[in-house]
Design a binder for this molecule. Sequence first.
Ligand code: HPA
Ligand SMILES: [Zn+2]
Length: 331
Amino acid sequence: MHDFLRRLPKAELHLHIEGSLEPELMFSLAERNGIRLPYDSVEEVRAAYDFTDLQSFLDLYYQGMSVLRTAEDFHDLAMDYFRRASDEGVVHVEMHVDPQAHLARGVELPVVMEGLSLARRRAWRELGLSSALILAFLRDRPAEEAMEMLERAAPYWEMLDGVGLDSAEQGNPPEKFVAVFRFARELGIPRVAHAGEEGPPEYIRQALDLLDVCRIDHGVRCLEDPALVARLRDEQVVLTVCPLSNVRLRVVEQMADHPLPQLLEAGLRLTLNSDDPAYFGGGMLANFEACHDAFGWSRETFVALAGNALEAAFMSDERRQALLRQLAKAR
Ligand code: HPA
Ligand SMILES: [Zn+2]
């Protein structure tokens, strides 16, 4: 099964590129940039990744990204991830990036974009790995700041595959961001949003009704609202589920308690993703394997999930068809 899951052509629709920063690279970038980390070793960093909830993770996530200063740093961050992902049989990566978190530290948007663009081109050329870019708004910061950031991103609108909404969910409902999502829609940029990870089902409804998103990131709490589940099924809304993330952020106690089997049983259109692989104990392959170990899913189930991701991905139809053919052979 391990070899089968590795070979399966996997598209990752929910990844925060800053959350792919492994402690080893964190140390080498800190050294390159003359930044002092509050840790003495890679082991100490990993030991600190003992989270109680989303906020306890976000505190370390924002601290970790402080080592990213130059375009070269962002290039190295993304390339490091693309290489690991490619080794795991990932053929397409859609990455969220958090520019507001970088602007707040004095790292300007062109630095971030130049580094990521270079890495994306190189990954396509050297690894045959395609990618998409999702500009994320930090929901725990003012909506006006999100709007300002999207305006400042004007030179890059063309290269955006989507906008997203992430960071601390509780108390920061989608309705807070109606104006900036309307603006993105006017610009013709597709929209996704984190909803129903720690927040209530109502946030999932708001994301659909007020932000007009085409996918819900996480969405696992929809199960508390049967009418919402029926709607997600009827409209075949894609959920980007991140099982190991949910365990590490204590959305669920352990893999055996994860609601994935119920979500699947309800007929929802699911995909499997890693979220922040450097912080949550593994990438795409580890997430697929954790599902196999916990739920004993068949090959057919994994093929169906991988197919959902290819169908929902921001990629050209030509590439999609080629990857779907490759997937059909994996059966
Ligand atoms: O898992 C997450 N949830 C919300 N915001 C985030 N930003 C990075 N990772 C996450
Ligand atoms: Zn996420």
